[in-house]
Ligand binder design. Structure first.
Ligand SMILES: NC(=O)C1=CN([C@@H]2O[C@H](COP(=O)(O)OP(=O)(O)OC[C@H]3O[C@@H](n4cnc5c(N)ncnc54)[C@H](OP(=O)(O)O)[C@@H]3O)[C@@H](O)[C@H]2O)C=CC1
Ligand SMILES: Nc1c(N[C@@H]2O[C@H](COP(=O)(O)O)[C@@H](O)[C@H]2O)[nH]c(=O)[nH]c1=O
Length: 453
């Protein structure tokens, strides 16, 4: 059934468009909070105040906008992308602030789905304020999709990004992959990193590429938490991901030896994944499957067995000074620091042989751990083995593929075993956007609604 269009003036619709644009300015900077924008119109419909929520713990969008409007807000309209909050968190309830400012009408786009903060519309109505919801809801939802998904699913939103040739290869037969996509595409990836709270890569990618995974070339970007999913703690001491450009977390198994890692590297222990059957025709042997009891995770400092206090929500990120983009290695596999150990083949059977349980760490527990740290959006940068595990776990909410007009004919394909063995099980997607970046195409797609769990 189609929802009734909200009753709103053209001025209010224009103001909502502006509020949505304002909210997008803080993407990647507000975790664990949503992005929110607000515009205040006076009684004549003139814009008298604007604001957006800039970071967790700081004033909400409505408060910024009301401050800018001053007395001109009285009798006016607040146009806001999310239903005003109704609770006292680190700041006071926005519904109350709007009532105290004498606002006569509130137009919001999206209702707040979080149990703690919802109810603002009812509070406003009870105080005699005219409230209208649903204006440009789809546009506002699109900007806030990560936060809204994290509230609805109780885990971070996951955007899986890869760069492939037109024949679907993400690396050549020798494992080299730098670079498949163009400089323009790679610059866009830094924007995706800046909008994410965490960037996640597997140990295969770490060992093959020695990736850096921080945001480069975007001044004032809030750096995401770099997460390496590395059951056996094979991350070498000199890995680029361990520099101080951004915080880093190494997720290892309960029994991994982390003594070689620098003392200040944060390590979290995650249980192994339960075994899942390999798709027919894949090299991965299916190990026996003892039930891994669900375990609480305990963050530990590297080389220590003592749990350390998890970072406060929203505290996982730092804002270092804008760093210049370092010169990229041009030779395949060439890195700027001590080269890491040679990579194992993609989906290595040897790696599986180490473990009596499933392949790698449990994706759900990993995401729960990140959620508990205030992470609301994850950019999964592969590689194909880890991406396959995320797809198999039903934990990919959006796919961003950069397709380069090149052919390789051999080498790893974009996605490893995802537990899909017959065409009827294909994970069908809806394409939501196609764009050009230099010579490449960027295709954005989301799982079709029918398959959403
Ligand atoms: N073009 C592109 O966009 C990209 C290309 N690449 C290329 O991909 C190749 C590396 O691919 P790949 O080896 O698949 O790398 P991955 O990054 O997917 O790492 C796979 C490894 O991650 C570890 N792991 C931990 N938990 C899990 C889990 N739940 N499921 C699966 N694996 C888990 C396993 O090793 P362990 O148990 O020892 O931890 C596993 O072998 C390189 O050639 C690289 O250049 C990589 C990323 C992007
Ligand atoms: N090869 C390839 C990509 N590879 C991805 O980028 C990571 C390198 O990140 P960084 O070291 O921070 O530049 C690498 O580990 C892998 O995840 N990405 C792309 O956009 N295009 C490409 O052609």
């Amino acid at each position: 059934m189609r929802q009734e269009d909200p009753v709103a003036t053209t001025t209010e619709t224009d103001a909502m468009r502006r509020a949505i644009a304002l909210s997008a300015r803080a993407l990647g900077a507000t975790a664990p909070n949503p992005v929110v924008g607000c515009v205040i119109l006076d009684t004549a419909g003139t814009v008298v105040g604007e604001g957006w929520h800039r970071k967790a713990g700081g004033p909400h969008a409505e408060v910024h906008a009301l401050r800018a409007a001053g007395a001109a807000a009285r009798g006016g309209t607040a146009v806001v992308t999310l239903e005003p909050c109704n609770h006292t968190g680190r700041t006071g309830p926005c519904a109350q602030a709007l009532i105290e400012a004498g606002v006569a009408r509130v137009v919001h786009a999206v209702s707040d789905p979080s149990p703690a903060a919802s109810g603002g519309a009812a509070t406003l109505r009870a105080a005699g304020v005219d409230v209208e919801g649903g204006l440009l809801a789809a546009e506002a939802e699109a900007v806030n999709v990560a936060w809204l998904t994290s509230v609805r699913r109780g885990r971070p939103f996951v955007r899986w990004k890869y760069a492939a040739t037109l024949d679907g290869r993400i690396a050549a037969a020798d494992g080299s992959s730098r670079w498949i996509s163009s400089a323009e595409s790679r610059a866009d990836v830094h924007r995706l990193r800046a909008e994410a709270d965490a960037v996640v890569a597997g140990s295969g990618t770490l060992l093959a590429d020695d990736p850096h995974l921080a945001v480069r070339g975007i001044p004032d970007a809030v750096q995401p938490l770099r997460v390496v999913v590395d059951s056996r703690a094979r991350t070498p001491r000199g890995a680029r991901v361990l520099d101080d450009a951004a915080p880093t977390l190494i997720a290892v198994s309960k029994d991994a030896d982390t003594s070689h890692l620098p003392d200040d590297v944060e390590v979290v222990r995650i249980p192994y994944a339960p075994r899942r059957p390999a798709a027919p025709g894949t090299a991965e042997p299916a190990p026996p499957a003892p039930a891994e009891p669900a375990e609480p995770t305990a963050p530990v400092a590297a080389g220590s067995t003592e749990p350390t206090a998890p970072a406060a929500p929203g505290a996982a990120r730092t804002t270092p000074p804008a760093a210049a983009e370092p010169a990229e290695p041009t030779a395949p596999g060439a890195s700027q620091t001590a080269p890491p150990a040679p990579a194992e083949p993609v989906g290595s059977a040897r790696a599986a042989a180490f473990r009596p349980e499933g392949v790698g760490l449990d994706v759900h527990t990993l995401l729960a751990e990140l959620h508990a740290r205030g992470i609301r959006s994850v950019l999964l940068e592969g590689g194909p083995t880890l991406a396959g595990a995320f797809v198999a776990a039903g934990a990919v909410d959006c796919v961003v593929g950069y397709l380069a007009p090149a052919l390789l004919g051999a080498g790893a394909s974009a996605l490893g075993d995802a537990g899909i063995s017959t065409i009827a099980q294909a994970l069908r997607l809806d394409v939501t956007d196609v764009a050009r970046f230099g010579p490449d195409l960027r295709v954005t797609a989301v799982p079709t609604a029918a398959q959403e769990k």
